[in-house]
Design a protein around this ligand. Structure first.
Ligand code: FE
Ligand code: FE
Ligand code: ZN
Length: 276
């Protein structure tokens, strides 16, 4: 069965989020650990977590992907901003221990004017401080579109970060289809080549999740504007090949398309019907 879900709100608690997933026939869920622009996370309500876990088990909701606020920057110029990012990630990971065996995704960062080498160095230092041997959550680096000074704009940069992380069992990759397309990887005409390139540089065994998005912009635009499935420049045919590809088809997919709950439900229905 296709593992597919979307970005859902946890503002009414985990149990309500789980019920939203069921309404749209999703069996994976992504959520922001706190307001996407940062801020304080809600206290964990253990009763709510327990109810959510029962609901998830009964209905085969399999994968939870927590997404860090996208304003966090582990390689900011300002040391206090880097500290803030580290502390937020540590707190997020502590909370994720309520959901052992799941994933935490983050944008590697923006090096601003420091250059990519300095950026990667800061990100590695931060991850080595944040990741603990005991943690039960895998931390995923998201592939980026290369907008501005984003780090992680190609597979090589992701690999360089991974190489610097000491606790390798706790790190992996989340591939965003809109981002890599905007980053210049032609998943429309050369999907096999892109997958082989990922495998030879990063290794497919390090790929744990896919953000499934169409793109408003063209190949190599470095823009990062998601569009609804089938309405962008990636298109439904290419997306159908992605979800059915033998090397990707068993991974969990997460929609981050511009939709309300109903819109996500429609996309999930279409994608399930196209999964062979
Ligand atoms: Fe993201
Ligand atoms: Fe994404
Ligand atoms: Zn994006």
């Amino acid at each position: 069965m296709l593992k597919i879900g979307c970005h859902l709100s946890v503002s009414k608690g985990f149990y309500e989020m789980g019920k939203d997933a069921l309404k749209i026939n999703a069996n994976t869920i992504q959520f922001f650990t706190r307001n996407p622009r940062g801020g304080k996370a809600k206290e964990i309500d253990e009763e709510d977590v327990k109810k959510f876990k029962e609901l998830a088990k009964e209905n085969n909701i399999e994968v939870l992907l927590a997404h860090a606020p996208y304003t966090l920057n582990l390689c900011a110029i300002d040391e206090s901003l880097r500290e803030f990012a580290k502390n937020t990630m540590k707190d997020d990971l502590k909370r994720m221990e309520y959901f052992p065996g799941n994933y935490y995704n983050f944008h590697p960062g923006s090096h601003v004017k420091q250059g990519v080498d300095v950026g990667i160095k800061y990100i590695i230092e931060a991850l080595n401080e944040i990741i603990t041997p005991e943690q039960k959550t895998k931390v995923l680096l998201e592939t980026m579109a290369g907008k501005g000074s984003e780090v992680g704009r190609n597979f090589e940069e992701i690999k360089r970060i991974m190489d610097g992380v000491k606790l390798k069992d706790h790190i992996g990759v989340c591939l965003d289809t809109c981002h890599i397309f905007d980053g210049g990887y032609d998943i429309v005409n050369k999907l096999d080549d892109v997958i082989n390139e990922f495998d030879s540089i990063i290794g497919l065994d390090n790929l744990y999740a896919i953000h499934l998005n169409d793109s408003m912009n063209v190949l190599g635009s470095h823009k990062d504007r998601h569009s609804k499935i089938g309405e962008g420049n990636i298109g439904l045919d290419a997306i159908t090949r992605i979800i059915n590809h033998p090397k990707l088809r068993d991974l969990p997919f997460f929609l981050e398309t511009p939709n309300d709950l109903d819109g996500y439900g429609k996309e999930i229905k279409i994608l399930r019907s196209l999964y062979k």
